[in-house]
Design a protein. Structure first.
Length: 148
């Protein structure tokens, strides 16, 4: 079942993410299925911690990016926006180099909240990190009135 509210392309998604933390870490969306979004991230100097392993925080950036982008694509953005409310992650395997790939799929798509599961794997398709991201679906007008 297709979950996207409006047609969107990978080019549009990657353009939206240019010039922010997502592009600085080298994250790029790669595949948009009927009910999932996939992106990859390099394991290099930008994403490693001091001991040469993929930084767990970077895995969480990848997970939140996927959930955030996917959630926004499921709502009417003229009326609503989606913002991160909670994220957790279990880091289960170290990665030293290459690429990791994350795939976000919805566990719950509600009127006021969404829950996304993001699985991040290495190039051998072995689980590196599993994350759950809760997104709040907020009326756009409420966010535009907020003093940041």
């Amino acid at each position: 079942m297709r979950i996207w509210h409006h047609p969107v392309t990978l080019e549009q998604i990657n353009q939206l993410n240019s010039g922010c933390a997502v592009s600085h870490l080298g994250i790029e969306c790669m595949e948009l299925g009927d009910d999932y979004l996939t992106a990859r991230m390099p394991v290099d100097a930008r994403t490693r911690q001091p001991f040469g392993l993929l930084h767990g925080g970077c895995s969480m950036v990848l997970a939140e990016t996927l959930a955030s982008v996917a959630s926004v694509c499921t709502v009417d953005t003229s009326q609503f926006l989606c913002v991160g409310q909670e994220i957790n992650a279990n880091h289960v395997r170290a990665v030293r180099d290459g690429w990791v790939t994350g795939t976000a799929r919805p566990a719950h798509l509600g009127r006021t909240s969404q829950v996304w599961e993001v699985r991040i794997v290495n190039e051998q398709d072995k689980l590196v990190c599993i994350s759950r991201v809760t997104m709040a679906v907020v009326p756009r007008a409420a966010l535009e009135k907020t003093d940041a």
